[in-house]
Design a protein around this ligand. Structure first.
Ligand code: T4K
Length: 365
């Protein structure tokens, strides 16, 4: 790698103009309130819910996307039994289920969308099944209608891990309105971030109240109601979120441009996940599927020499994790996880870099 070149990673965190963040930090200096649901956190919740087309009460800001998943399970009283989920996602989806002492039951993915295949869900349901936890992987909506129909038939809860789906709309509404609960991640590597952070979204006012209590140790003042934990976000996280929210539309626009440029320079030489119709996309990731794992490794090696580092999102398929007790095969996920990578996509990525990447890729198509 040439020393004068800045490395290009799969993403580069967007940072707002420094003075805009500083203006919020000044408010923290004035109030001395650093955490515990301060003014900035409440403003962040109201503004972000509004941006997403949700009611303020539907949206609860928490420390990170992992705790959001754990709180979701807890709030729906799922503390044992089986949770049907996808093996093709970041490890946090599975680890949250295991951490809450439930058993993840992996159902294979649809090879076209890379999301859990609803047609295979019913076969995995047993008397111990409590919930379905699908992921809108790479921000691509799951088959929410089919999943809800199965959940209704078998009286199961649905928790969507929507860590990648901030700003995505489906049929003109926020995708986050689906299921009993949806959770988001606002980690620094995400399209929209609060440094670390996450959110729990629900249409059920009683669940929303429970999440609010749970994230603050289960008490208001001196009155203790339920078992809780510390999942509160800080005022600094809220300050970053408030600053970034003003730029989210332009971030999505810029990513869309990069995505279209990749489409143009790579053409249809690589398989790409197909996106459901009626989706307002957020362009959070640009995944491509190689013909073989060897071709993928060849490309990664060659790009690395040029200081470019795509990521093997998501590898390995989570049903193969060493700490999973019951081994189930998910052939499609295991196969795709070996052959997929996400290309760099972020605000400020130069056109020239996209073209350099395409030159290497096209040698391996
Ligand atoms: N569910 C799903 C489906 C998820 O994808 C995630 C998280 C979660 C749940 C859990 O949400 P959180 O609890 O994290 O809120 C990253 C993130 O750490 C993780 O949040 C994310 N998914 C996952 C997909 O990606 P790594 O191991 O790839 O991160 P890292 O540090 O290698 O970063 C990747 C690149 O990003 C770096 O090469 C450079 C760039 N970067 C990274 C950081 C940390 C920046 O530009 N600035 C930064 O501050 O996991």
């Amino acid at each position: 790698m040439a020393n004068d070149k800045e490395p290009i990673y799969v993403t580069k965190t967007f940072l707002p103009p420094r003075h805009e963040f500083d203006a919020y930090v000044d408010k923290i200096w004035q109030s001395h309130q650093l955490t515990n649901n301060g003014t900035l956190s409440r403003e962040f919740e109201a503004n972000t819910a509004h941006y997403l087309g949700l009611q303020k009460e539907q949206f609860t800001f928490v420390t990170n996307g992992t705790l959001a998943l754990q709180l979701a399970l807890r709030a729906l009283d799922i503390h044992e039994g089986e949770v049907i989920t996808t093996p093709f996602t970041y490890v946090a989806t599975t680890s949250a289920i295991l951490w809450e002492r439930c058993t993840p039951v992996f159902v294979d993915i649809d090879p076209k969308t890379l999301n859990i295949d609803p047609q295979k869900i019913e076969d995995a349901i047993t008397p111990r099944t409590k919930a379905i936890m699908p992921v809108h992987v790479f921000g691509n909506p799951c088959d929410v209608e089919a999943i809800q129909a199965i959940a209704n038939k078998h009286k199961l809860k649905v928790i969507y891990d929507a860590a990648h789906a901030f700003g995505v709309t489906y049929k003109g509404k926020s995708l986050l309105e689906n299921g009993d609960i949806s959770t988001c991640s606002f980690h620094a590597t995400k399209l929209f971030h609060t440094i670390e952070g996450g959110a729990v979204i629900t249409n059920d006012a009683s669940v929303s109240k429970k999440i609010d209590l749970m994230r603050r140790f289960g008490h208001y003042g001196d009155t203790h109601y339920i078992l809780g934990i510390n999942a509160k976000a800080s005022e600094f996280q809220a300050a970053m979120g408030l600053s970034n929210l003003k730029y989210i539309d332009s971030c999505i626009e810029q990513r869309q441009k990069i995505s279209l440029l990749y489409d143009e320079v790579i053409g249809d030489r690589f398989q790409r996940p197909s996106v459901r119709g009626d989706t307002g996309r957020n362009y959070a990731y640009y995944p491509i599927i190689f013909e073989t794992e060897n071709k993928l490794k060849g490309v990664l090696k060659e790009l690395e020499k040029d200081g470019i580092f795509p990521r093997r999102y998501f590898y390995p398929s989570l049903n193969t994790l060493p700490y999973i007790e019951s081994r189930t095969s998910c052939y499609i996920s295991e196969d795709i996880a070996k052959r997929i990578a996400c290309l760099p996509i972020y605000t400020g990525l130069r056109e020239e870099v996209v073209k350099r990447i395409a030159v290497v890729l096209n040698k391996y198509s």
